[in-house]
Design a protein around this ligand. Structure first.
Ligand code: C2E
Ligand code: CA
Ligand code: CA
Length: 705
């Protein structure tokens, strides 16, 4: 179509227009707002001045009548709707941008003209540039959307965090909380609404077991502190056993935000690590490291505040023998049993520790007096008397106990460990199975003893120990029945020393074994010599210490030695004190004694009457001789006892030997009561081996004469 044709068409339409339309056209075309007159095919007929002023469409595109606006569905459909309804209709249309420009938006309001519905009616559209509003709305929408996205991200973060989080306002009303918080305290949906009071949440928690175990002033204080603007942390135990670490932080708008971390597992792990590092796995007691910590704490408290504290050291008597003879299971059972008894005897706050092996120690804090320490020791000694059952066997624990207390502020508390050790040493020295409380004098005694043991060890190496022999006389025959071999120390400076001067050596496991070896080798060697020389010495009795029994090999060793020295077994008697029978490993003792007895070695029960054994107890052992202790023999008030023992012994088929006979009247009394054999200064003191042959000769002459 050329422009000429278009002009003709417009003129044709103008001619058809009524006068009213002419007037409308005149007004419309001059209008400063964007307006457009459309025919009923929605084709533009006329544009206002404002249309071009605001460049809704360009003049050229208008003339060509093909601007996309007029073809856009919003525009054409709205126009058509207006045409049908004859009511005002609006639409918003985006006007595509020029290549480099911004798009614009116009809203168009369509109205039918004239409004009476005449067939030649037109549509008038009034346009309004709404670009700004659209852009503003877009921005708001974008902002809304990004906020929503941010919220979603925030929610995801909040609800996926492992810790509980909640926020309360200054009136302690809930602002928000996360999923972990709700799980932690088993909160129902209704309590998650903002505005729920802290009180309501607590009420619910209490009812479902997620409330605090004790409503500690501390955790209340932390809430208050946070409300007052200070951050605070507290660990709260719940009634369901969990422990929650709560950190409150004030927020600028008032109120606080709190994180709730379930630290139960972490605590358990820490406790487990503590347990492994500071516990003895066998007994479950604190170990040496834990003991050291408790001890250091006690020392610090004593130095700081003058607190009185106590220390007890415990050593199981002959524990090694239990392990060796009854097995490690029995040893473990004993240690566990002892641990249990210790726990019962001492207060909860005392540190009862196993230092290792058969050593235990207890730190007692905050003592009022030494009596506070002695009381549980007595309790323990009572408990120790109850037997421990293991694998069908029952046995009792014997233990040596050393105790020391620090109370004098002038003393150095760090000495307590040493003091308790000294007391323990003293308890062992006094014969074990007892308790001793440290006294300052003990320290020098112990030091002396340690020195003595050192000297004895050297002296054994130097061959300074030898046996003296004391005759045993048969009362009826008035003849030498044999000799008791007694140890002497030929000290280079102090001369010949009796066992009283080195008794500690017999208490020491190692040294008593060495001395036992000296005694056997010496006595058997001597007997061999006498046999070769034709000296009629009868029997020789050798004293045996408990350590020698506990090796479990004594019977074999004696048999070997007898064979090696070629000495008949019926020339040997061994003397055993009743305490050896009664101590640990009685089974081993019984076994050894039976085997020895079977070979022909005689068994004498030494020092009878001084220990705890009753004859009934001893019945199980093969005993050939009963030696009445010299304390009975020498005290005439004990005559009745002496007579009873002699009667008892003979009724059980044992020969009775009386020791310590010093005077003729004592011999006369014993003879009258029917005592079999006697031994004492009345006949002779223990003498060197070289004098024995001469003594036998002299005695037989005197006896005969
Ligand atoms: P024990 O086995 O009871 O020996 C008897 C003690 O009484 C000996 O003391 C002896 O010298 C002493 N004695 C004998 N007759 C009289 C007397 O009429 N009056 C007085 N007051 N005492 C008399 P000793 O030789 O000093 O030995 C003391 C203890 O040492 C022994 O007591 C024994 O238990 C122990 N012992 C001695 N030698 C050995 C040994 O080789 N091995 C072991 N394990 N112990 C030994
Ligand atoms: Ca003896
Ligand atoms: Ca004796």
């Amino acid at each position: 179509m050329n422009s000429k044709v278009i002009v003709l068409d417009v003129e044709r339409r103008l001619a058809a227009a009524s006068a009213a339309e002419m007037a409308l056209r005149a007004t419309l075309s001059a209008a400063p707002v964007p307006m457009i007159l459309l025919d009923l095919d929605q084709r533009p007929l006329l544009f206002s001045q404002g249309w071009f002023d605001q460049a809704v469409t360009s003049r050229a595109s208008q003339l060509l009548n093909h601007h996309p606006l007029f073809l856009s569905p919003e525009f054409t459909q709205t126009a058509r709707r207006c045409q049908e309804t004859r009511a005002a209709e609006t639409c918003r249309v985006e006007i595509a941008a020029a290549p480099e420009g911004q798009p614009r938006w116009f809203s168009f309001e369509f109205n039918a003209w004239p409004s009476d519905g005449s067939p030649y009616s037109r549509l008038i559209a009034v346009g309004r540039d709404v670009t700004e509003a659209v852009l503003a709305a877009r921005e708001t929408e974008a902002a809304r959307q990004s906020l929503a996205e941010q919220n979603a991200r925030f929610d995801a973060a909040l609800n996926n965090m492992p810790h509980g989080l909640c926020m309360f306002d200054a009136e302690k009303r809930l602002i928000l909380c996360n999923a972990a918080y709700r799980r932690l305290y088993a909160l129902p949906d209704r309590l998650l609404e903002p505005g729920t009071t802290l009180g309501d949440i607590f009420d619910h928690r209490r009812s479902v077991g997620t409330g605090p175990k004790s409503f500690s002033a501390f955790s209340v204080a932390t809430v208050e502190a946070a409300l007052n603007g200070a951050a605070a942390t507290s660990d709260v135990e719940l009634t369901n056993g969990r422990t929650i670490r709560i950190t409150h932080n004030p927020i600028a708008t008032g109120g606080y935000v709190a994180t709730h971390e379930d630290i139960t597992e972490a605590l358990r792990a820490t406790a487990q690590i503590e347990f492994l590092a500071f516990r003895d796995p066998l007994t479950g007691l604190p170990n040496r490291a834990a003991f050291q910590r408790a001890y250091d704490d006690a020392v610090a408290a004593a130095e700081r505040g003058g607190e009185m504290f106590g220390l007890i050291m415990i050593d199981v008597d002959h524990f090694k023998d239990v392990n060796d003879t009854l097995g490690h299971d029995a040893g473990d059972a004993l240690l566990k049993g002892l641990a249990g008894q210790l726990k019962r005897a001492f207060r909860h706050g005392d540190t009862v520790a196993r230092l290792g092996g058969d050593e235990f120690a207890i730190v007692l804090r905050d003592l009022k007096s030494e009596a506070d320490m002695i009381r549980p020791i007595e309790l323990l000694q009572g408990l120790l008397r109850t037997p421990i059952e293991h694998a069908g066997q029952s046995f009792t624990i014997c233990a040596s106990i050393g105790a020391a207390a620090h109370g004098d502020p002038d003393d150095d508390p760090t000495h307590l460990l040493k003091n308790a050790d000294v007391a323990l040493y003293q308890a062992k020295y006094d014969g074990r199975n007892r308790s001793v409380v440290f006294r300052p004098a003990m320290r020098t005694e112990v030091e002396k003893r340690v020195e003595l043991l050192r000297e004895v060890r050297l002296a054994i190496g130097q061959g300074e120990f030898e046996l003296f022999y004391q005759p045993v006389v048969d009362v009826a025959a008035n003849a030498v029945a044999g000799f008791e071999a007694l140890m002497r120390w030929r000290h280079p400076e102090q001369g010949v020393l009796p066992p009283a001067a080195f008794m500690a050596a017999f208490e020491d496991n190692d040294l008593s074994l060495q001395l036992g070896e000296v005694a056997f080798e010496g006595a058997l060697g001597q007997m061999r010599a006498w046999l070769d020389q034709g000296v009629e010495f009868g029997r020789v009795a050798i004293n045996i210490s408990s350590a020698q029994f506990r090796t479990g090999r004594l019977a074999e060793e004696i048999a070997d030695k007898l064979e090696r020295w070629n000495v008949p077994a019926d020339r040997l008697t061994i003397e055993v004190t009743e305490n050896v029978y009664m101590g640990w490993g009685a089974e081993v003792v019984s076994d050894t004694v039976k085997r020895l007895h079977a070979t022909g070695v005689l068994i004498a029960l030494d020092d009878f009457g001084t220990g705890y054994a009753s004859l009934a107890n001893l019945r199980q052992f093969p005993i050939d001789r009963l030696k009445i202790d010299k304390s009975f023999v020498q005290n005439s008030q004990d005559d009745a006892i002496v007579r009873a023992v002699i009667n008892l012994g003979s009724s059980m088929g044992m020969k009775v030997v009386a020791e310590g006979v010093e005077r003729p009247d004592q011999l006369a009394t014993l003879t009258r009561y029917g005592c079999d054999q006697v031994q004492g200064y009345h006949f002779a003191k223990p003498m060197p081996a070289t004098e024995v042959a001469g003594f036998i000769d002299a005695f037989s002459v005197r006896g005969r004469g």
